[in-house]
Every structure is written in C-alpha cells, then in structure tokens.
Design a protein around this ligand. Structure first.
Ligand SMILES: C[S@@+](CC[C@H](N)C(=O)[O-])C[C@H]1O[C@@H](n2cnc3c(N)ncnc32)[C@H](O)[C@@H]1O
Length: 285
C-alpha cells in the first residue's frame, strides 16, 4: 500500500533512477508563475492495478506518468519490474513520491525517477507506456507530441479522459472507472514501391500512396493501368491492413504488413486462396 502521508522538512534523498540520476528538484529555484493545470486527485489503488493490467505493463516497459501525484502508478509499475518516470509540477507531490519510494520495498528505488517540472516539457521518446489522469484539453495538447515522439506500438492509457478526435483502440470499465487505451500508430504515410506475389505465382508491382489519420489508413494502389482506392485501411501499432477490390485482371484481397524501418513486409490474402508474401520499400513522402 502506498502511503498518502506528506513528508516535511528538508528534501528527502533522491530516488535513484535507471540511469542512476536523482530527483531533478534538488534545491532548484522554481518560478511561482508555474501552476497546476489539473488538480490533484489520486487514482484509487485497485484502479492503478487495472490501468497497468490494461496496458499490459511488465518488466520490459518504461512507463511515464505525466502529473504523477504521489507516484503510485510509477511505483506499482516498478513492483512489476518496469522502469518508470513520474513528473509533477507540485513540489509536495514529488516529496511524497520520494517518501513512498523509500517504503515501497526492494528493487523499486532503483527503477523509478521522479522529476519536478511541467508535463509539457517531458521528452517522451524513452516511454513504452504513458499513463494520464489529466483533462481532455491537456490530453489534446499532448496528442501531437505523443504521436511524434512515442514509437509505433507504444501504449497510452488514460484514467477516464479522452483524446479528442483520436479515438481509443480499447475502452474498459474497472472498479466503476472508464479506462481508455491507444496504441501509437506507425508513420506509414507516403509512397511505397511494392511487389506482391499473386496466388498463381506471378509477381505484381504496386505503388502505394498512403495517408494516415490516427489509426485510419486511406490512399490508393497503382497496379498496371489501374489506380485502386484502398478500403478498410487501418494501422495497429506497427501493423497495417487494408483491402483492395478486384479490378480487371488484378486479384482483389486483403493486405497485411508490419513496418520494419522503411520497409513493409506482410501477406496478401485473396479470397479462397493461400496467403502469399508482399514487400514494400518507402520511396517518398
Ligand atoms: C489528477 S492528478 C493524477 C495523479 C496521478 N497520476 C494518479 O493517477 O494518481 C493530476 C496531477 O497532475 C499534476 N499537474 C497538474 N498540472 C501539471 C503540470 N502542468 N505539469 C506537471 N504536473 C501537473 C498535479 O499536481 C496532480 O498531481
């Protein structure tokens, strides 16, 4: 159980971190003008565990909690073997984080780091999981940074609040709280030069022009003389999927692929035939 008690007096020692750093607050002057954008309301302990289960947090993860309060989400993730970073603008909250880390049991202090600062200044590139209990307007402001900085397939979970027109990939209700999950979609927009094996063994060239909005994929496939609009296009982390209808002698079917660097590798499923491989290389924006 994480205590809610408030440490007073001199700063508690830093918590250590994956990189061996200490809390960033150590005696640094902090402008009074910087204020909370969201009030402090802690997530209930059973909901913390549900949130971590929902995001599938495990030892391979690096979790960031923006507006971390008393550190309970990051500390609970560290108990699962994850590394974690919590950021809060409130000095008192960071002291609570440090106090709670000291009482959290073996191994936790070496896996967590708490930073006093603005959640808008945090570099998110290291995070594999981002947890938020903020407000919709704050989530919307964070959205471009999440999409730009976090790797494809990394997860964002929010206690209750949505992300505007970026619809969640999953929603659950746990302990009477609505929890939302997004998977950061791969940046696959642009032109792709592709080769797809046909069920009859022929190799067919295809130029894909893809546009992505959040998880939705649109665009066209040029095959022979045809410019074919893709249907039901979706991005799920590093994976893409779309349908091409039959056109002339071009066999229609479902394409799936995984993004690996600047390449797409996957399979083509034509109705009633075995899956065949296809490959794409990025050729332009
Ligand atoms: C609703 S609480 C969530 C606490 C914690 N994440 C949890 O789930 O228990 C929001 C937290 O965000 C912090 N906060 C508000 N504005 C902030 C900002 N601009 N930068 C960093 N933290 C902020 C508050 O101090 C508060 O601790």
């Amino acid at each position: 159980m994480i205590a809610n008690s408030v440490a007073t007096g001199s700063d508690l020692p830093g918590t250590g971190s994956p990189a061996g750093r200490r809390s960033s607050d150590a005696g640094r002057p902090f402008p009074l003008a910087r204020r909370r954008d969201v009030p402090y309301v802690p997530t209930a302990e059973p909901v913390v565990e549900a949130l971590l289960d929902f995001a599938g947090v495990g030892p391979a993860d690096v979790i960031y909690d923006l507006g971390c309060g008393d550190g309970r989400v990051v500390i609970a993730a560290a108990r699962r073997g994850a590394r974690g970073v919590g950021v809060d603008i409130d000095r008192l909250r960071i002291r609570e984080c440090e106090w709670n880390t000291q009482r959290a049991g073996p191994g936790v202090a070496g896996r967590v780091r708490f930073v006093r600062g603005s959640l808008f200044d945090v570099d998110l590139r290291e995070a594999t999981v981002l947890t938020l209990y903020l407000m919709p307007s704050i989530n919307r402001r964070l959205r471009p940074r999440i999409l730009r900085e976090m790797a494809a397939g990394t997860r964002v979970v929010s206690n209750y609040f949505d992300m505007g027109d970026w619809k969640p990939d999953a929603i659950v209700e746990r302990h009477k709280r609505v929890l939302l999950l997004w998977k950061v979609p791969a940046c696959v927009e642009g032109r792709w030069s592709c080769v797809a094996m046909q069920p009859d063994g022929a190799r067919r060239r295809m130029v894909l022009s893809l546009k992505r909005r959040y998880q939705m994929l649109a665009g066209t496939a040029r095959m022979g003389p045809y410019e074919i609009p893709i249907h039901d296009g979706r991005v799920d982390g590093k994976q893409i999927m779309f349908e091409l209808p039959r056109r002339g002698d071009i066999t229609g079917g479902r394409y799936e692929a995984t993004l690996e660097g600047n390449c797409l590798r996957g399979t083509f499923h034509a109705d009633g035939t075995r899956a065949t491989p296809w490959f794409g290389a990025r050729t332009g924006p």
